[in-house]
Design a protein around this ligand. Sequence first.
Ligand code: ADP
Ligand code: MG
Length: 229
Amino acid sequence: MSLVLDDVTLTYPDGDGRLTALDAVSLVVPAGTLAAVVGPSGSGKSSLLAVAATLVTPDRGRVVVAGTDTGPLTPAARAALRREHVGIVFQQPNLLPSLSAAEQLQVMAHLSGRTPASVRGRAMELLDAVGLAELAGRRPHQLSGGQRQRVNIARALMNEPSVLLVDEPTSALDHERGAAVMDLLARLTADRGTATVLVTHDRAHLSRADRTVTVQDGRLADPVTVTAD
Ligand code: ADP
Ligand code: MG
């Protein structure tokens, strides 16, 4: 299922006035496609992700997640939709130091009330998908930066999200590891049918995306509909 931003404008308070962080942005990301969002610092990339994640409500426009227009929802309903349909990969993995890789994933699913047996199986399947099956018992300090980022990605997929939102996943990685993480995200997007939006200022790996979208002063040059390669 897709992610749709339709004519979205977001402003923040700024002194006596308002600062426009997103200016009439329209973006359609169908299931199974990967959109890379690039633009200079301060152009609105993180704001776009926050709006897509329904963490921030725009002043104007619609955000449709997996077929649901999120505008009319109560905060509780929006949180439930987020738990069920949105996977978020932040720049910093924020893994819990005392938990193994498998347990980081299982915690996510317990929050959404699944049964323990299926949770363990799904955690192992996802760790396998990101190439970490053998390291499932390791804690964060026993993993490299790239491995921690892969746990982070697997964790975001735990609840089978329709929409996967990723903020600067390669910024802390060297070129080769960055390329591997981008390959992984492209493959997971296709295999699991997520509508994936990836924010980056790293232009090195953009060929893996189905479409690269440039944000400039909160604007896209045109309304964008992503299509699979
Ligand atoms: P990017 O991620 O591309 O660096 P952001 O979306 O973080 O850009 O920011 C876009 C603009 O909105 C910037 O001018 C930034 O200073 C401003 N901004 C971001 N978050 C806030 C906030 N919480 N309050 C006020 N202004 C903000
Ligand atoms: Mg940012």
